[in-house]
Design a protein around this ligand. Structure first.
Ligand code: MLT
Length: 423
């Protein structure tokens, strides 16, 4: 007999526990309630959320835009769903064309976040694609595929049947080897969240060649691009010849312009990226993404887009540079603190995340501490919130992530407490 009432999307029932960051927040809240004196000293190095004030260039532009909205002539109702021309041009010019990369204004789609776009992109891709993700992985890539019904059930270790996990470890420098098998959709994130690893030009060339050989699409998350200081490291996948045929790039103003609360990001969908339709015809995906935007989205507010555009002014660029310098200064302090305890540290040099391996005696495995146990110890002994590595996947077990997004004062205090811990 068929259902006798409304049904729900049972794929959601396959999801393990809560989304990682709400789960951390829940545990921290419980700890704080039980330990009110410790809660006052709590330092949050968990979620990668910015702490420093919004750049002046942004605030001035937003104030001006608000004032404009208060006039009949300057009022803006619905804007273009894909973003105002002034912002799309500023992005394509500054982030791409001025750097010799061929990206047209109308290949830029302005949105309210890379997380949102990362989930939404599945709307325009087929349900029968093989999906590959890096492990450890930003959980959004996996969970959105689970929600869309692209996976089987979760295994004991939290991985899902039907997803190809590309293991990132110390041996491969947290940049995965190309798989033997064909993956249709490959999520890559560089600078990486959570490991802070970056991929070299040669490594990205290999991925583009792989994608072109197999007709795969690379979903390239470059949300932390601003943190790359090594000039030899590509900042965009489009620096690799051939990427315009196979890659979609996600970028955000969250981590460079401090927009985590203000909300603005963009996705680059080249008109040259194609995929097969059910009738076996190779078609561009750009019109589908455009169609999706016009149907399911009404655009980012005019005021916010004016704020984002201000990040491309001389003043805005200088302010972004000083924000990045600030957070990377924290990264250095935190990285050195963990290293001075004899811990193995990765990342934190071209990325705002430090990826720390638990001490050998407590490294994962039956007799060692798990990432969540390390999380609890750091919470209890140092009153610092970190992110457990296993929350990012099986290969993250035994590791934890320290976020450098903090005030300098708190980063210094966190470093002192990390050094004082009995590792
Ligand atoms: C993180 O901590 O991993 C970030 O908050 C991810 C995000 O930007 O959504």
């Amino acid at each position: 007999m068929g259902p006798t009432m409304a049904t729900l999307n049972s794929n959601y029932l396959k999801l393990k526990a809560g989304y990682l960051f709400p789960e951390i927040a829940r545990r921290v809240k419980a700890f704080n309630e039980a330990n009110p004196e410790a809660s006052a000293r709590m330092i949050r190095c968990g979620i990668g959320d910015v702490t420093e004030p919004l750049p002046l260039a942004v605030r001035e532009a937003m104030h001006a835009a608000i004032n404009e909205m208060g006039t009949r002539e300057g009022f803006h109702g619905y804007g273009p769903e894909q973003g105002y021309e002034f912002l799309r041009t500023a992005i394509a010019t500054n982030d791409y064309r001025n750097r010799g990369l061929d990206v047209a204004d109308d290949e830029i789609f302005v949105s309210d976040g890379s997380k949102c776009d990362g989930g939404a992109i599945l709307d325009i891709l087929g349900d029968d694609n093989t999906i590959a993700v890096m492990d450890p992985v930003y959980p959004v890539y996996v969970d959105t595929n689970v929600m869309a019904g692209h996976t089987g059930d979760a295994n004991e270790d939290g991985s899902y049947e039907g997803i190809l996990y590309l293991e990132c470890n110390e041996e491969n420098g947290f940049v995965p080897a190309l798989p033997e098998e064909k993956a249709d959709i490959v999520y890559l994130c560089f600078p990486n969240n959570p490991t802070g690893a970056v991929a070299s030009r040669v490594q990205l060339e290999a991925w583009v060649a792989y994608a072109r050989k197999h007709g795969s699409i690379l979903l390239y998350d470059a949300a932390y691009e601003a943190y790359i200081s090594d000039p030899s490291v590509p900042r965009s996948i489009y620096e690799i010849p051939g990427a315009r045929e196979c890659a979609i790039e996600f970028r955000s103003f969250s981590k460079n312009g401090g927009f985590t609360g203000t909300r603005c990001a963009f996705t680059v969908v080249p008109k040259t990226v194609t995929a097969l339709s059910a009738d076996g015809v190779r078609r561009p995906i750009h019109p589908l993404w455009h169609r999706r935007f016009t149907t399911k989205f009404n655009g980012v507010s005019y005021v916010t887009q004016q704020g984002a555009a201000a990040l491309y002014t001389d003043q805005g660029k200088a302010e972004v540079a000083s924000l990045v310098e600030h957070y990377m200064g924290n990264a250095k302090i935190l990285r050195e603190a963990a290293a001075s305890c004899g811990l193995k540290v990765y990342g934190g040099e071209n990325a705002p995340y430090i990826w720390v391996k638990g001490p050998p005696a407590v490294q994962g495995g039956p007799e060692g501490l798990t990432s969540w146990q390390i999380f609890d110890r750091v919470l209890q002994e140092a009153n610092i919130v970190v992110t457990p590595g296993s929350g990012f996947g099986r290969a993250g077990e035994g590791y934890f992530r320290i976020s450098a997004f903090n005030s300098r004062e708190k980063a210094i205090e966190a470093a002192t407490r990390i050094k004082a811990m009995r590792w």
